[in-house]
Design a protein around this ligand. Structure first.
Ligand code: NAD
Ligand code: UDP
Length: 315
């Protein structure tokens, strides 16, 4: 199959492209490197065939493909607060452009949405039926509302234009290829632990997240795209292993063998969701999917990847 991955040079997209190449697909990566990195691109000598289109998804494009994974968008709070307009447009205009190409070539389509569509959820764990508690004008709204609109557009193309489309709501992921400077919890804590700097916990650290290792998430993306009967469906993809932020700080510190102090500092962004954990019953039942990588194993892999990256950068 010929498959387009928008945002393929990013954290999740790069792992997805590597898996698609392993499966023998022809891959096209469309990325403008707003938050992605060339070091994430597949090894040209690693086997498989891929093509890079260095372009902005908000510019109309025309590429004949059989399937589109639409991932292009900044994804970290620091990334979208720094690029609010780009984020809102990648998810609105960019999603429209990608859907138009999918419609033209009758390609399968997957919209990479987010748990942020649930806002600061009042329901716990979050089921796909929940409409969310999102602030339309907060600092996160370029992302939250951008993704909510992207879901609306995807649904319109599926219902009214006959497009073979599905939506996945991705919950917090971590692993190699994440941007060390994107301000997210795991990159921050790992970098701080390895450098012996204070580990910055925002507020009390009582907030919770459930973290999904990247290889599990990619498996979920593939199943959502290629399992029979997924057209028009929405799936939460994430881990149910919920912990407090303060627990992640001390686990990462221990696994990194670090003596960094844990420092409580003022929260950086407003509307920080207090609890987040997906209900993944639907993905289990319809896709036969659930995460398998244990938190400590995933964190160890991530710490080793960061260690290697940082030692290369210091050379
Ligand atoms: P990332 O920032 O590492 O990757 C996004 C990629 O999209 C980057 O390579 C960036 O350069 C590219 N991009 C951004 N705007 C673009 C544009 N206008 N045109 C072309 N390329 C553009 O983020 P990620 O963590 O890999 O997230 C990928 C997708 O998954 C995003 O849509 C994000 O919303 C979603 N998601 C991720 C997480 C997570 O925990 N990582 C959680 C929920 C949802
Ligand atoms: N966080 C923190 N210190 C950091 C970075 C993040 O305490 O240096 C907290 C943040 O306030 C949130 C959680 O960790 O409660 C996850 O943040 P992240 O930015 O990874 O993702 P989010 O779930 O907010 O999109």
């Amino acid at each position: 199959m010929k498959i387009l991955v928008t945002g393929g040079a990013g954290f999740l997209g790069s792992h997805l492209c590597a898996r698609l190449l392993e499966r023998g697909h022809e891959v096209i990566i469309l990325d403008n490197f707003l938050t992605g990195d060339k070091r994430n691109l597949p090894d040209p000598n690693g086997g498989g065939s891929y093509r890079l289109v260095e372009s902005d998804v908000t510019e109309p494009f025309d590429i004949r493909v059989d399937a589109i994974f639409h991932l292009a968008s900044p994804a970290s709070p620091a990334g979208y607060v720094e690029h609010p307009l780009e984020t809102a447009l990648a998810n609105s205009v960019g999603t429209y452009n990608a859907l138009t190409v999918a419609e033209k070539y009758r390609a399968k389509f997957l919209m990479a949405s987010t748990s942020e569509v649930y806002g600061d959820p009042l329901e716990h764990p979050q089921r796909e039926e929940y409409w969310g508690n999102a602030n339309p004008v907060g600092m996160r709204s370029c992302y939250e509302e951008g993704k909510r609109f992207a879901e609306t557009l995807t649904t319109v193309f599926e219902r009214s234009h006959g497009l073979d489309a599905r939506i996945v709501r991705i919950f917090n992921c971590y692993g190699p290829h994440s941007d060390p400077n994107d301000g997210r919890m795991v990159p921050n804590f790992v970098k701080q632990a390895l450098e012996g700097d204070p580990i910055t916990v925002y507020g009390s650290g009582e907030h919770t997240r459930s973290l999904c290792y990247v290889s599990d998430l990619v498996e979920g993306l593939l199943k959502a795209m290629f399992t029979e009967g997924t057209r028009g469906r929405i799936y939460n993809l994430g881990s149910q292993d919920e912990h407090k932020v303060i627990e992640y700080a001390s686990t990462i510190r221990r696994l990194a063998g670090s003596k960094s102090p844990i420092l409580h500092v003022d929260p950086k962004f407003d509307d920080d969701p207090k609890r987040r954990r997906p209900d993944i019953s639907r993905a289990r039942l319809e896709l036969g999917w659930a995460p398998v990588v244990e938190m400590e194993e995933g964190l160890r892999n991530t710490i080793e990847w960061f260690r290697a990256l940082m030692s290369n950068e210091n050379r």
